[in-house]
Design a protein around this ligand. Structure first.
Ligand SMILES: [Fe+2]
Ligand SMILES: [Fe+2]
Length: 284
């Protein structure tokens, strides 16, 4: 498979404003906290992805794929760093995100210590698929971040763009080292069901706990706004369902859905991010 896109590692600093973390999205606190809940999974999750791909690095001979793997690792490391700062803002604001992250770490360590590397790589490509289709939804529907805080918007857009850029890297490694047999098919689709179920069970549990921390769990209007946002209009999650199902098609490849066009936004985004300064934190 010819590589359509070679990812590039970018070192960007988003200088998120610290005092608006629970209401940075214009659709309200409940929507902001939904994104914030997703954020808490990234640093540990991405370290897991890096390890599971790195395990197979020696078995990749193609220089193109090796370069892509290197960039994939670099990008995920940068995402982890920026989301660590993001999550720290949540902790500072009094949300028990550190405890949740520790639980995610224990779960991932359990998988690391008790399952074969092929299973770990399958979990990685499953979660990369999930990330890539949610990224596509975010990029295809700019109204999801419309009129929201510029720093948070830029961070989520950057993450979505780079997830798009590297969406096939771990997948190509999987096809190379695990193959495309019926067994590999069952492994990759089975782990998608497993990873999606565990992820959303945890995600919605933590989401509720975070909203309860600030007593927002009693706010029915907020719940309705968030439900609408995720499942009705714009329907961020609903819109990702067909792409999720596409993974079950034998012969599926992430670039079958060619959404490279979004990557043209990267240069303008970098320019914007470079104007962000830490001063905003102090002035805010
Ligand atoms: Fe990432
Ligand atoms: Fe990724």
């Amino acid at each position: 498979m010819d590589m359509l896109v070679t990812p590039i590692q970018r070192n960007l600093k988003f200088h998120l404003p610290k005092n608006t973390v629970s209401q940075w999205n214009s659709a309200g606190v409940h929507v902001s906290q939904f994104f914030n809940t997703m954020s808490l999974f990234f640093p540990e999750g991405e370290r897991f992805f890096i390890n599971s791909v790195r395990h197979y690095r020696d078995r990749i001979m193609e220089p193109e794929l090796l370069a892509a793997v290197r960039a994939f690792i670099g990008q995920e490391a940068m995402h982890g760093r920026e989301h660590d700062e993001y999550n720290q803002a949540m902790i500072n604001a009094g949300f028990p995100v550190d405890k949740m992250e520790a639980q995610v770490t224990s779960l991932l360590n359990l998988i690391r210590e008790n399952s074969p590397p092929a299973f770990q790589l399958a979990i990685t490509i499953a979660l990369e698929h999930l990330t890539a289709i949610l990224a596509d939804t975010l990029l295809a529907n700019p109204e999801l971040l419309d009129k929201s805080d510029p720093n948070f918007t830029a961070l989520w857009t950057w993450h979505a763009l780079e997830e798009t850029e590297h969406k096939a890297v771990a997948y190509d490694v999987f096809e190379k080292v695990i193959g495309t047999s019926v067994q590999s098919y069952l492994l990759r689709t089975g782990t998608l069901v497993l990873a999606t179920s565990i992820f959303f069970a945890l995600c919605y549990t933590y989401y509720f706990q975070i909203l309860r921390t600030s007593n927002e769990h009693r706010n029915l209007r907020g719940w309705w706004q968030s439900f609408k946002y995720q499942w009705l209009k714009p329907g961020a999650m609903r819109k990702a369902i067909p792409a999720w199902l596409d993974y079950f098609r034998p012969g599926f490849h992430p670039w079958d859905q060619d959404n490279r066009g979004y990557l043209q936004q990267i240069d303008a985004l970098i320019e914007k991010v470079n104007t962000f300064t830490p001063a905003k934190e102090q002035a805010a």
